[in-house]
Ligand binder design. Structure first.
Ligand SMILES: *[C@@H]1O[C@H](CO)[C@@H](O)[C@H](O)[C@H]1NC(C)=O
Length: 237
């Protein structure tokens, strides 16, 4: 048979559990971030006509954790390799760019970067691309770096120039402590709406809101008083 003290601790436990569950319910899940996909284009010619073609996609899995990954759309064709080699021989540039916005009249804007074509050749298409974001998740810039310290005039076979071995880095630029009135005003508006919503939604009575805390306490008191009476009754006989 359950003694009053055992039951008491049971109900206190229940009460704590209740409080814990309801306290946890409102924590927002701000860990979630949708993933984003950027298109990476490249050009082997540093001449006048920009001949950019799609190189692949960069998928950002998480800005906060800097998780990103490059997927090549195709391997380099023999004519791509020729262009890259001739650019390397003339100390030309290899360029990449990421379209970030298309205006209403169809003109795209880009962030771009360039590195020496000879570095791309001599690294065997091993490079590192860094994409820089601002705090609102907009792309601010891109930079590319080949994984070689300097060009040494190596003779690299074509087989080393077909598959990209690309590492993607993601950085976030934290804005300095400048007054951000726009965000502040938006936050004030949001807070106000939130307050209104709460007033509308939460017009239940005191009992309606807090019954889950009150009921265990009432039960506890009933049990304690009945245990008291039993003890007194026992003593009287
Ligand atoms: C070509 O690739 C092979 C295998 O990755 C590597 O061992 C070799 O050093 C590369 N050649 C050049 C010239 O980079």
């Amino acid at each position: 048979m359950a003694t009053p003290s055992k039951m008491l601790s049971f109900f206190v436990g229940l009460l704590l559990l209740n409080a814990f569950c309801f306290a946890n319910r409102d924590i927002p899940d701000d860990e979630f971030e949708g993933s984003r996909t950027l298109v990476l284009e490249h050009s082997f010619q540093s001449g006048l006509a920009d001949q950019f073609t799609k190189r692949g996609t960069i998928v950002i899995h998480s800005l906060k954790e800097s998780k990103a990954q490059f997927t090549a759309s195709t391997s380099l064709s023999p004519s791509d390799i020729d262009l890259l080699r001739s650019s390397a021989q003339t100390d030309g540039l290899y360029r990449v760019r990421i379209p970030i916005k298309t205006s209403n009249d169809g003109i795209a804007s880009y962030v771009s970067s360039a590195t020496k074509a000879c570095g791309i050749v001599e690294s065997g298409l091993k490079d590192e691309i860094t994409v820089n974001f601002d705090q609102s998740g907009e792309v601010l810039g891109v930079s590319i770096r080949a994984d070689v310290s300097s060009c040494a005039g190596l003779d690299v076979p074509d087989t080393n120039l077909s598959q990209w071995r690309t590492a993607v880095e993601v950085t976030t630029t934290v804005a300095g402590p400048s007054p951000d009135t726009q965000t502040y005003i938006e936050k004030m508006k949001r807070d106000e709406q939130e307050k209104l919503k709460n007033q509308d939604g939460d017009n239940r009575s005191f009992l309606g809101k807090y019954w889950m805390y009150i009921v265990p306490v009432v039960i506890m008191m009933v049990i304690m008083s009945s245990a008291d009476q039993q003890a007194q009754g026992g003593g009287g006989r």
